[in-house]
Design a protein around this ligand. Sequence first.
Ligand SMILES: [Zn+2]
Length: 84
Amino acid sequence: MPDAPVPGASSPKPAAPPCPICGKPVPTEGAAAARVRPFCSARCADVDLGRWFGGAYAIPGPPPELDEDPPDSSAGHAGARYRG
Ligand SMILES: [Zn+2]
């Protein structure tokens, strides 16, 4: 029974993973498809973007540094660069 799954051996074109939003097959050809990958359409891409802004995804990396208390080293020179 030569039915053993051999990844990347028999299929000339690897199948793209389904859309992570709706699960539909993602088109692999065409400029329009390339712009919305890995999603199936611009609509699903928008849904993913909305999740990012909604905080559904965790962004890896250190937290952003806050400059609420900068060191007082170069004060009093604002505007001098615009002269002559
Ligand atoms: Zn989709």
